[in-house]
Design a protein around this ligand. Sequence first.
Ligand code: GDP
Ligand code: GDP
Length: 438
Amino acid sequence: MAKTTVAIVGRPNVGKSTLFNRLVGGRRAIVEGEPNVTRDRIYGESEWTGRKFNVIDTGGIVLHDQDKIKNQIKYQAELAMEEADVILFVVDARDGLTGVDEEIAQLLYRTNKEVILVVNKVEDFSHQEEISWEFYSLGFGDPIPISAEHGKNTGELLDVLVSKLPEVETVEEDSDQIKVAVIGKPNAGKSSLINYLLGQERVIVSDMPGTTRDAVDTLIEWKENKFNFIDTAGLRRKSRVKEDIEYYSNLRALRSIDRADAVLMMIDAEKGVTDQDKKIAGYAHDEGKAMVIAVNKWDLMDKNSKTMQNYTDEVYFQLKFLNYVPVTYISALTGERIEELLSLVEFVVDQSNLRIKTGILNEVISEAVQLREPPSRKGKRLKIYYGSQVGIKPPTFVFFVNDPNLMHFAYQRYLENVLREAFGYVGNPMLFKLKQRN
Ligand code: GDP
Ligand code: GDP
């Protein structure tokens, strides 16, 4: 099911990050922008009573070159209003109501999204009425007192929050649609690719409401396939503020990946793989998504017979953990290899649904074990009794062994490669679980 988004706003030091960490816990993604912008721990996923939602900590976004706190706060509030379905507006019980709180409130009056006023740093709940009365004047209804640090009353806050999450529009999830997230640095050519596809006579195009507010997906029918390009509106939105560009593209990328069947990562041929590409690709890998890498602007490259192979080697060197992902070379400008790219996307999605029967799987495993002896430690050797593919998307395997601690990373890699060679799973990460069986 699609998720909605909650943003945390408030002036510095009221406890936004503390609250964010409490909501998101261990599962967070790090996003970085331009060198003059600090961002950390800003995006993560949370769940309460079965409802999943994404949380953005706008406080993690700091514009160094704009020392004025006003700019900072305006920026964060605008971001929240644009990106979120529900806004948590945090104030500090110890400081009481401040002028900056009132300025933030002024900005938030302009939104028609739900705003929940959170009064943080309330440790003594016997005095809570006294503490919160002054915050009523902000005009966002009942303030909810909490202590983010000590986890007091945060369950209450979450109950209110979940009750205000919009019902997710149940967009017809057409099962024969391939949902594609196009990701990559600004200027890699993402919107050019979409534009190229839109301009083709043989494709049928329709816009569909996306699952988050203001998002528009584009459905492209090509041959027998339907490709749903996720959030093409967000993809094409070019921001006014320079620092925004990177931020939006990263945030959009993470969100699109969550919903996608396949991730299409675009790299600008002249720029190569960047650190940010690595992080976002790492996220897609961890999320178990099928992936294709398209090196774009290939028309601009001086080429000889080795250029492509050398470039591919370099891509895999930069993205070592993605050695299973196919790389193709395209031009969104001339249309070179775009049809092949769509076929490739379809192929990796097919591969994500691949399910190998236990019998055949074990024939391959026992052959692999004969060819290369499993590792041993202190005279005890790893024994693999049998394996089974227990899941798809991503392909997930359980191996029953004598002692899981005897498995080495290198040997697991070996088994993974053997299975890939035998069955494919092209473009898909594989997940292994070891279970002890005596
Ligand atoms: P941000 O700038 O709004 O993200 O604020 P932080 O989350 O970094 O918190 C600022 C300071 O307030 C830190 O020193 C926190 O430890 C402290 N703080 C956060 N929540 C609470 C709370 O519930 N009670 C108390 N006493 N301190 C808190
Ligand atoms: P986005 O920010 O990733 O959506 O990138 P755009 O699609 O806006 O492309 C950025 C710039 O690169 C534009 O000036 C495009 O015309 C140009 N561009 C995109 N794809 C190609 C390509 O394949 N070849 C060449 N030569 N230019 C391209």
